[in-house]
Design a protein around this ligand. Structure first.
Ligand code: HEM
Length: 507
């Protein structure tokens, strides 16, 4: 009997040992392999887990600041090679080099968003950011015209109005230490509300609550994302912050639904079904919501679909641009010579009220400053895809369900493509210097078919407010950029509140 048991044990250990070569049994996932049969370690770095369960417990209870640091530590540990870790029943392939990102961005197959995005789904629904395949294709087709050049021109008027309102607000803050968030958040949300929804935020109750609610959702999401057990809905419901999250999401959804219903009434009253395509583009103040209501009238999208898209655009259009603007203001304050160059470029512009999209497009150096800010502080520091079937990428066989993390932050700080990557040098993006930049080394808006639909919108909005600010004020440093403590979330954030000083320009 004993000998039988010993033989059984030996066979079992032998079998487990063999199976473990293909499956990481204790991490419950299939392993990534090299196409040419070489050991995986020769091609990528494998991050050892803190426990025998792969990396499943490595980020448990980590703060956003610690997660940010861990990502940098792993990149350093991998000695600048892309790396693999194992988390939540999957192998995770982490891309930190432009060369490794190229095939992925060009792929027509690897477009499905990763497991992390599932956690955002209760908030953003199946809008453009989250949807996949057929649904994504048809929505992208519907929404692309909403960013048509002619529509951007009408948005530009809104950006200018909001910029002037911001200057007014600043009159009583001159010479004081100004919290950059107080300055920018309202401006950015007003813009997206008026462009996406066609409604002035000042005219709608609940704007401040919406802002607070979106900010409160993120920490809950990050805490959930760190614990593999919390990816299961019932575990989150029983032991997570389900109720708290539901409360905040309801605030955001009610806010957008209220506006959608109000807008629909106006739309029906104005008989807007009859607007033909040509007119719709040239009509003043044509909001994204008008595009969607027009599509609803034709049966291409329903009320639920409109809510998903509006929630997506509100979130994507608000937090991303406001974050970039905050880092830009800190950089301009930190580097007075660069600020002066921007001022020289805009000094010759005509009256602010009469500036057109063409004028803003011509601001080459200001554009470089924004790009360099996005390179060093990308509003979206990482994105994720997943394999819906076994896929070959960069000489690796990625099993079905493999997660692919694309670390935009690391890709854009690669010294190979951006020498002295920690130095703020807008000149890198002058046309004469860009020919040598790898096509996938600068990807703050992602790249390929799932790139950011709002990138021109964002650049125009940011240039507009910066012109207004720099024409009137000098921005002085309070929080040095070297002291910034960065945090990884859906959006790159700073742990501390950041401040600048604003003083009138004496001409
Ligand atoms: C500085 C500003 C911005 C940055 C850095 C940024 C960055 C990005 C990135 C990296 C993605 C890819 C996300 C992924 O693959 O998971 C994305 C997608 C997207 N962005 Fe932006 N974004 C910005 C502004 C905006 C604005 C202003 C809007 C809308 C008004 C917008 C709407 C979207 C949408 C709808 C998607 C999903 C596109 C799709 O999958 O087809 N973004 N953005």
């Amino acid at each position: 009997m004993l000998s039988f048991f010993v033989v059984f044990l030996i066979v079992l250990i032998f079998l487990l040992f063999k199976v473990n070569k293909t499956y990481f049994i204790l991490a419950l996932c299939k392993r990534i392999k090299c196409v040419d049969g070489r050991p995986l370690e020769e091609k990528v770095c494998i991050i050892p887990g803190k426990t025998i369960f792969g990396n499943n417990l490595d980020i448990l209870s980590m703060t956003p600041e610690k997660i940010f640091q861990l990502c940098r530590d792993w990149a350093k540990f991998s000695k600048d090679r892309s790396y693999v870790h194992h988390f939540y029943r999957a192998s995770v392939y982490n891309i930190i080099k432009a060369e490794d990102a190229e095939q992925l961005f060009q792929s027509q197959i690897l477009t499905t968003k990763g497991a992390f995005y599932e956690l955002i789904r209760p908030f953003l629904g199946d809008g453009l950011l989250m949807s996949n395949e057929e649904k994504w294709h048809s929505r992208r087709k519907i929404l692309t015209p909403a960013f048509h050049f002619n529509i951007l021109q009408t948005f530009n008027e809104i950006f200018k109005e909001e910029s002037l309102k911001l200057l007014e607000k600043l009159k009583c803050l001159q010479h004081d230490r100004v919290n950059v968030s107080d300055l920018i958040d309202e401006f950015s949300l007003n813009n997206v509300c008026e462009t996406a929804l066609g409604v002035k935020l000042d005219d709608v109750a609940g704007g401040a609550e919406y802002r607070t609610a979106t900010h409160n959702i993120e920490p809950i999401l990050i805490r959930r994302a760190c614990n593999p057990l919390m990816y299961y809905g019932f575990m989150f419901y029983l032991f997570g912050q389900y109720r708290e999250q539901k409360h905040y999401i309801e605030i955001t959804h009610n806010f957008s639904a209220k506006i959608i219903n109000k807008k629909r009434e106006e739309f029906l009253k104005n008989n807007a079904y009859d607007i033909d395509k040509e007119n719709s583009y040239t009509k003043t103040r044509y909001a994204l919501l008008d595009t969607l209501l027009h599509q609803e009238a034709q049966g291409f999208v329903d009320h639920h679909g409109i809510c998903e898209e509006v929630d997506t655009f509100m979130f994507e259009g608000y937090d991303t641009t406001s974050t970039c603007l905050k880092f830009t203001l800190l950089n301009l304050a930190q580097y007075p010579d660069i600020q002066e160059k921007c001022y020289q470029e805009i000094a010759s512009l005509t009256d602010f009220d009469n500036l057109t999209v063409f004028d803003f497009n011509k601001l080459e150096y200001l554009g470089c400053v924004l790009k360099e800010t996005l390179r060093m502080y990308p509003s979206v520091p990482f994105i994720q895809r997943q394999c819906t079937k076994e896929t070959v990428l960069n000489g690796l066989i990625l099993p079905i369900n493999t997660q692919i993390n694309i670390h935009i932050y690391d890709i854009m700080r690669d010294a190979k493509h951006f020498p002295e990557p920690l130095v703020f040098k807008p000149e890198r993006f002058l046309p004469e210097n860009t020919s040598s930049i790898h096509p996938f080394a600068f990807v703050p808006f992602s790249a390929g078919s799932r790139n950011c639909i709002g990138q021109k919108f964002a650049m125009l909005e940011m240039k507009t407010v910066l012109v207004a600010l720099l024409k009137t004020y000098r921005i002085l440093p309070v929080t040095p950029t070297k002291d910034l403590v960065l945090e990884n979330g859906m959006i790159l954030r700073t742990k501390q509140q950041v401040f600048v000083k604003i003083v009138p320009r004496i001409i």
